[in-house]
Write a new protein. Structure first.
Lengths: 916, 110
């Protein structure tokens, strides 16, 4: 399925993508930059190789799974329609790339321009080849991004930045709306593959269709989103020719054409497309006539021409669809040529103002002929390509209704008018500007500007060729037409159709347009002067500022800058969000009461704990606050003992000791609590929230305990496998260092972050070089404390190591031993000068932490090297003097790592504060 | 027994909330510690209370659920790390800004 054609297909996207990654060395960058043009040339060859396939009405598909469970595939498909577009992208690409090499020959940013252009090329290829809607959207947005980069290419200019963000903003809105459409399609039909949707000729709801239309209208600059296209003219001219005339703005047309078979009998779709297209067609024409800047004129004419194609796509008749595709082709040829003309004119004369230009004809005859032919094709004069599509356009609207016909003729007259203004003003009108800006001699055309004219000549030549050899245009268009319409056309293109009504309308257009051109002096000046009271550009700018103001205002309402307020929001959300499901739970569940009766002393302990908690809230004394907290902690360890958790009790007791030291160290730096009492209202609010949170948590736990009990296989598994698999009899410790070793690895890493954070905090700000003092508040050494400390240090350390070693089988282990060691060393710091102790310590706390982390990770990695998963442990039984038989599991190494991390972190924190 | 402990957890959570909403940084830190204690107790309750011996295979079955204990053990140590960090943070704030009232520190963006 994917084979050689699939490879070629995907290379259409990969080639430019890889090309955009190529960066030449600085020295050769300028000279080698034109080599990027190889990419579109290769693409054109690949596209041509598909000729026979698409002429036979066949296609090419290739697909790779991406996330199949979500309907996502990297699927690409090429049929007649995509083929035409790939041809446009690569074909116009070749000319634009070659042109740019001459246009920006001395510009050091040329290589960057090429790389952005290649990125765009890849994205555009992706849009027309993607078969999966999400993939299509990705490429679609990528064209917006690359268009943004290219419009803002001259980023030092404010107008370029504004144009870039306007184009991006509007097309991004379209992309977002399309995403809604895509989700709706997936919800309705369960597939995202275009080919599947088209093959089943699924009916998609009108609302979904409108989502896709919004995207298409924003991309193809349809009214009222058209304002971005004239602003996009800040891009370098080759970019305007490529993105904003020949290819990217046609992505919207591609989308409409692609989806047309799905909406063939949807009157809303058809009416929307036709009416939006008509408005754009006429309005763009009016705007184009007003312009004095060549590129602005072309931009507005592009808006109008795109509108024309959209009208045709909306009509959905055989002739209209054929005309639409044909005009896409014609427009790419003549508008590409005309944009490049504007670029060459500016390059040679230094201006794009049509009022100053003129008289180029005798100086650049070849250029004049080529550009004039392209303009005449745009005006729709026979025997050029534009004439063919204009005739079909008339036939299409004549079939539809009278009003549309009148508007079509009016728009065509405008097209005629601005086409003539364009080439007449540039080449034939008398020159007004200063002579030194003229090219030095007619020979200039043969030398410096050859590369600036040749692409225009070829593109204009194509515009002529399509007119003179209609069968060529037909061969290019027919495969695409067949895809949209479902069957080959029943007629053939020809220059001469006989005396038809459409021919009459063409003649009428030429007469009306010609008269308007001759009489232009009467009204052109007036309409150019006229400033609209309010424009869509103003509307866009005003709504942007409006949005910003509105959100600044709403944000100011709740972003008070007070952390306490933010916590209140969280609490309210928690209380409200959890109350409702809890309410339902208690309504629906039959309660299961299965509890253990409390002893009286347990009730007493629980009451004491509650009192200690309330004491924390009530007291204004810092010491009482900290001691009450300590009381809660100590009661915790008593509960741990009562509830058969010896490891926890040990850890808790030791942690309480270290915490208490820590608190007492910093206590006297803080101000007195309650020196600035809160307002009664705030106080009441706080009490309300606290009671609410407490009640909620209680009810939640109550619900968890009285609800249906779920039998769990986890505790029995750990209990029965602890000894068998891990050789340990203390199940809690085995879980920590073996079964859930990876979790513990993460936890000690998080824990060690605390010491890094503390050191960073202490390192911040000014720190005087104070000598290290004693840790505690004693200003003199206490002999009793010192001798006691000296006595206990080694006892405590030995006990810690004992706890560490026996941890696998009895209460103990790395965490407990670590905290105990920290307690022992802290005790020393309290008794002696910290300086002395630090001198005696072989390692700094941070080093201990790092060694511990490495040891833990290394133990785990050891098992990886011998082919087992991370942290698999091995067990062995050894017998040691004094200790008796010891089971040495590799988990022991891990536990020692944990031990070192805990010791290092605790010491680091305490020391950092003591030093400060 | 469960209901007694659950009520205590509720009280601790309420007190923690109250303290976190106070102005004094030290109260906020203590409030956070109360939260950790309450959360640890909640974990313990979820495994059932007083339903067996400690999960040491040297004693006799039935054992209590070892998993909550393993979870709580690391939680104690980590909450110690967090408390320590919060304390040092509050302490440094007091030193550098000369204030330990939460709302006086608001809006300083530097």
């Amino acid at each position: 399925m994917n084979g050689v054609p699939g490879f070629l297909l995907i290379s259409l996207i990969l080639l430019p993508l890889l090309g955009s990654l190529v960066a030449w060395p600085e020295r050769w960058r300028q000279r080698l930059a034109p080599a990027y043009s190889l990419v579109p040339i290769l693409q054109l060859l690949i596209v041509s190789s598909f000729w026979t396939t698409v002429q036979a009405g066949e296609g090419i598909q290739c697909s790779w799974p991406w996330a199949p469970s979500l309907g996502l595939y990297l699927s690409f498909s090429l049929d007649g329609l995509s083929w035409l577009f790939t041809g446009l992208i690569s074909g116009v690409g070749v000319f634009v790339f070659l042109y740019a090499a001459f246009y920006m020959a001395d510009d050091p940013t040329l290589a960057r321009l090429y790389r952005f252009l290649l990125l765009f090329n890849a994205a555009m290829m992706g849009v027309v080849l993607a078969d999966n809607l999400v993939l299509l959207l990705v490429f679609w947005e990528l064209t917006s991004v690359s268009s943004f980069l290219l419009i803002g290419f001259r980023s030092q200019r404010a107008a370029a930045c504004e144009g870039a963000s306007k184009a991006f903003g509007l097309t991004a809105i379209g992309g977002l709306v399309m995403l809604f459409g895509i989700l709706a399609v997936y919800a309705e039909h369960g597939t995202l593959e275009l080919s599947v949707l088209l093959a089943d000729s699924t009916s998609i709801s009108t609302a979904t269709g409108l989502c896709f239309l919004v995207a298409a209208f924003t991309k193809s600059a349809q009214f009222p989103f058209h304002i971005w296209l004239p602003s996009a003219m800040e891009a370098p001219t080759p970019v305007s020719a490529y993105l904003h005339a020949a290819t990217m703005v046609k992505a919207g047309l591609y989308l409409i054409a692609r989806l047309t078979p799905l909406f063939a009998d949807d009157p809303t779709w058809s009416a929307t497309v036709t009416s939006v297209g008509t408005i754009t067609l006429v309005w763009g024409g009016v705007l184009a006539c007003k312009q004095v800047d060549l590129k602005a004129l072309l931009a507005n004419s592009t808006v109008s021409q795109l509108g024309l194609i959209v009208v045709l796509l909306g009509l959905q008749t055989e002739i209209a669809l054929f005309a639409a595709i044909l005009h896409i082709l014609n427009h790419a040829a003549f508008k590409g040529a005309l944009f490049l003309t504007a670029g060459t004119v500016e390059h040679e004369t230094g201006t794009r103002d049509i009022r100053q230009l003129g008289g180029l004809r005798p100086l650049m005859p070849v250029f004049t002929v080529a550009a004039t032919l392209a303009s005449l094709s745009m005006a729709g004069l026979p025997p050029l390509g534009g004439f063919l599509s204009k005739e079909l356009f008339y036939e299409g609207v004549l079939e539809a209704d009278l009003l549309l016909t009148i508007l079509a003729v009016a728009a065509s007259c405008l097209t005629f008018l601005y086409s003539f203004i364009f080439f007449h003003g540039t080449f034939f009108a008398p020159a007004l500007h200063s002579p030194q800006q003229q090219p030095a001699s007619p020979h200039a055309e043969q030398h410096s500007t050859l590369g600036l004219i040749a692409p225009i000549v070829v593109l204009s030549g194509l515009a002529v060729l399509f007119g003179l050899v209609p069968s060529l245009a037909e061969a290019l268009v027919m495969p695409a037409f067949r895809v949209i319409h479902g069957a080959p056309a029943q007629f053939h293109l020809a220059l001469w159709h006989g005396l038809t009504p459409a021919l009459g309308l063409s003649a009428l257009t030429i007469i009306l347009g010609g008269s308007a051109f001759l009489l232009r002096q009467r009204f052109l000046g007036a309409i150019r002067e006229r400033q609209a009271a309010y424009s869509f550009n103003r509307l866009y700018a005003d709504s942007l500022t409006g949005f910003t103001r509105f959100f600044q205002w709403t944000r100011a309402l709740y972003m008070t800058g007070s952390v306490t307020d933010y916590i209140r929001y969280l609490l309210v959300a928690l209380i409200v969000g959890l109350s409702i499901p809890l309410w339902h739970f208690f309504e629906e569940t039959t309660l299961r009461v299965d509890i253990v009766r409390p002893e009286y002393y347990e009730l007493g302990l629980a009451g004491l704990m509650a009192v200690a908690g309330v004491m924390c809230c009530r007291t204004h004394s810092r010491v009482v606050l900290v001691l009450s907290l300590g009381l809660v902690g100590s009661l915790m360890s008593i509960f741990f003992v009562l509830f058969s958790a010896p490891d926890l009790a040990l850890t808790q007791v030791l942690v309480e000791a270290v915490s208490l030291v820590l608190f007492l160290l910093v206590l006297h730096y803080f101000s007195v609590i309650g020196s600035q009492p809160q307002a009664p209202r705030t106080r009441l609010l706080n009490i309300g929230m606290s009671v609410g949170t407490g009640l909620l948590v209680s009810l939640l736990l109550f619900a968890a305990n009285v609800g249906p009990s779920l039998p769990s296989a986890i505790p029995p598994y750990y209990l029965s496998n602890s000894y068998l698999l891990a050789g340990g009899q203390n199940v809690v410790n085995v879980i920590l260092v073996d079964f859930r070793g990876f979790d513990t690895m993460g936890e000690i890493t998080v824990f060690s972050v605390a010491v890094f954070g503390v050191l960073a905090l202490v390192g911040l700000g000014v720190r005087g070089q104070q000598p290290l003092g004693t840790l505690f508040m004693f200003s003199f050494p206490s002999p009793i404390l010192q001798s006691f400390a000296r006595l206990t240090l080694h006892l405590m350390l030995v006990f810690a190591i004992y706890l560490l070693l026996r941890g696998h089988n009895a209460p103990g282990g790395g965490f407990i031993a670590g905290v105990l060691t920290a307690v022992a060393l802290t005790f020393q710091m309290m008794a002696f000068h910290t300086e002395n102790l630090l001198r005696e310590m072989p390692w700094k706390p941070l080093q201990i932490v790092v060694v511990g982390l490495l040891l833990a990770a290394g133990t785990g990695l050891g098992s990886v090297f011998i082919g087992y998963p991370f942290l698999t442990s091995a067990i062995g039984h050894y017998s040691f003097p004094l200790l008796g038989e010891v089971e040495l599991a590799t988990a022991m190494g891990f536990d020692i790592g944990v031990y070192l991390v805990v010791v290092g972190t605790s010491l680091g924190i305490i020391r950092a504060i003591a030093e400060d | 027994m469960e209901f007694v402990i659950i009520s205590v957890i509720g009280v601790l959570f309420g007190c923690g909330t109250y303290l976190i909403l106070q102005r004094h940084l030290l109260q906020v830190v203590v409030g956070l510690s109360l939260y950790s204690h309450a959360a640890n107790l909640a974990l313990l309750v979820s495994g059932g209370l007083k339903r067996g011996n400690p999960p040491l295979l040297t004693t006799d079955a039935p054992y209590v659920d070892p998993l909550p204990q393993a979870l709580i053990l690391t939680a104690i140590v980590i909450s110690f790390g967090m408390t320590a960090f919060a304390t040092v943070l509050a302490f440094r704030v007091r030193q550098v800004y000369g204030s330990d009232a939460v709302d006086e520190l608001a809006g300083g963006e530097e």
